[in-house]
Design a protein around this ligand. Structure first.
Ligand code: 5GP
Length: 112
């Protein structure tokens, strides 16, 4: 299913992009919940974690590696949280797989 993130990938709508390669994109969340809050998404249209298949293994690996590298570049040496909200119960709003990376303040646990 196409979503707003397809339009960010195609540059039809702007985003503050931190990283782009052939497989994934990292950009600032438009409604940040922490001083640093960015999303890492695959360019392939995968709806959610629940839709991953074996052929997506390298894609997910790249996304997580990019999350780690961008977090370091964004100054999150003190730590951060990596989240993939999944489907309704997980609170997923955009139906395109994405990993939130949030940091820059002490985050509480558990989430609601
Ligand atoms: P979800 O609830 O699906 O895990 O999170 C979707 C995230 O995408 C939200 O944190 C929301 O702020 C972010 N978001 C939604 N639309 C846009 C957009 O057009 N641009 C950017 N940069 N972020 C968006």
């Amino acid at each position: 299913m196409s979503s707003i993130f397809s339009k960010i990938i195609s540059k039809e709508i702007p985003a503050d992009i931190f990283h782009e390669d052939d497989i994934c994109l990292a950009f600032r969340d438009i409604n940040p919940q922490a001083p640093v809050h960015f999303l890492v998404i695959p360019k392939k249209e995968i709806s959610s974690m629940a839709d991953l298949t074996n052929e997506d293994e390298a894609i997910v690996g790249r996304c997580l590696l990019v999350a780690s590298k961008v977090a370091a570049k964004q100054g999150l040496q003190n730590g951060y949280r990596l989240i993939a909200n999944t489907l309704d119960d997980g609170g997923q709003e955009v139906p395109h797989l994405h990993f939130h990376v949030m940091g820059g303040r002490k985050l509480t646990w558990p989430p609601g």
